[in-house]
Design a protein around this ligand. Structure first.
Ligand code: SF4
Length: 224
């Protein structure tokens, strides 16, 4: 596919995904107000907890600790109690190390560049890029199991990402291409997450997918 055709296709996918997120996505509390602090906490909550299950604990946590200053001033035992609904004690310990690191090394401010974000305890590529895209407004792509599946299918026509070294980096490059083609990278990424969670699952339900007209995998499989 020629470069301009590929970019046009990426733009169509990005715009359709963004429109889907704008009109159809559930009202997740981390989408209504995005700051680096709120997004960082949300992505921590979502690391091993489903989005629907994370809503209540996230709302309760934000009611209690609406700012990093309030969180940093709280006793560890109170923070651990607020994280208890998520389970996984080691994750809570990582969160405490993250809070300490932000307080001691970053004056309580969440960094706004990828290398510095990646150096924080418990922060990987997905979380770092989510902060940059959702809260800072940079046109960077995010790759998790859901967006990877949608990107591989819609753009490359593959059922799943090949298990080769470097696949993660290549997917991030592709996700960045799509984000930079979008008129609203944040909505486009939310749309990819929603489509991956709701219909582009193990057995994709292409008939109700907003990307069906441009999807290379659907074209290859001749799905209706
Ligand atoms: S058309 Fe089907 S395979 Fe393609 S992105 Fe949508 S659900 Fe996934």
């Amino acid at each position: 596919m020629a470069g301009h055709e590929r970019r046009a296709k990426l733009k169509r996918i990005a715009e359709r995904a963004g429109k889907y997120a704008a009109v159809g996505h559930p009202k997740f509390p981390w989408r209504s107000k995005t700051t680096p602090y709120r997004t960082l906490v949300a992505e921590f909550f979502l690391q091993r907890t489903g989005a629907v299950q994370a809503c209540g604990p996230y709302r309760d946590f934000m009611d209690r600790y609406p700012s990093f200053r309030r969180l940093a001033a709280a006793p560890e035992s109170a923070v651990l109690a607020a994280l208890a609904p998520l389970g996984l004690r080691h994750r809570a310990q990582t969160f405490l190390r993250l809070v300490t690191c932000l307080a001691e090394e970053h004056s309580g401010r969440v960094p706004r560049d990828e290398p510095t974000l990646l150096a924080l305890p418990g922060v990987g590529h997905y979380t770092a890029r989510a902060v940059l895209c959702f809260a800072v407004g940079e046109p960077v792509g995010i790759v998790d199991v859901n967006t990877a599946r949608v990107l591989c299918r819609a753009v490359s026509g593959r059922r799943a990402a090949p298990p080769r070294p470097g696949t993660g980096r290549r997917l991030r490059v592709l996700a960045d291409e799509l984000a930079s083609a979008a008129s609203d990278a944040r909505m486009a990424q939310w749309g990819l997450l929603d489509i991956g969670r709701e219909m582009c699952t193990e057995e994709p339900e292409c008939a109700k997918c907003p990307l069906r007209r441009d999807c290379a995998y659907r074209a290859r499989k001749g799905k209706r």
